[in-house]
Write a protein of this length. Structure first.
Length: 115
C-alpha cells in the first residue's frame, strides 16, 4: 500500500466540549484507550485540511486550539460518535475491562387481571 493511501484513513470524533459547551467535530488518525482510566479515550495525530482554498472558521479555530496539543483525553460521556473515514485504520482499546450487559428491550407482558 502506498504512503498516499495510508494518509487517507482517519476518524471523525463528534463530542461535547466541556469548556465551551458546544458540539465539535475533530479529525484524528489515532483513537484509543487513555492512560487516565476506563472512562476516558485518547485522541492524537490530529488532521486538519490545509489544502483547501476555502477556510472553515470551525476548522481554523480547532487548528489553532490543538496546535500544540500532543494528546487529548476526553471522557466517554462527552463523546457523541466516532466515525471511521477513508482507508483502514486501527481503533484499539487494549486495556478495556468493561463488562457489557445487554438488557431485554422487549417490554414484559403485563399480568392478566384476575376475574
Amino acid at each position: 500500500m502506498s504512503q498516499k493511501n495510508k494518509d487517507l484513513g482517519h476518524y471523525v470524533i463528534t463530542y461535547r466540549d466541556p469548556k465551551e459547551e458546544k458540539i465539535l467535530q475533530l479529525k484524528a488518525r489515532t483513537v484509543g484507550d487513555s492512560s487516565l482510566g476506563l472512562s476516558f479515550i485518547s485522541i492524537s495525530n490530529f488532521v486538519f485540511d490545509t489544502k483547501s482554498v476555502v477556510v472553515s472558521p470551525q476548522e481554523d479555530y480547532l487548528k489553532q486550539r490543538f496546535e500544540n496539543v500532543k494528546r487529548l483525553h476526553i471522557s466517554i460521556y462527552s463523546i457523541l460518535s466516532i466515525e471511521e473515514v477513508g482507508e483502514k485504520t486501527s481503533l484499539s482499546f487494549i486495556k478495556d475491562k468493561s463488562n457489557l450487559l445487554v438488557l431485554n428491550s422487549k417490554p414484559s407482558t403485563p399480568p392478566t387481571p384476575a376475574k
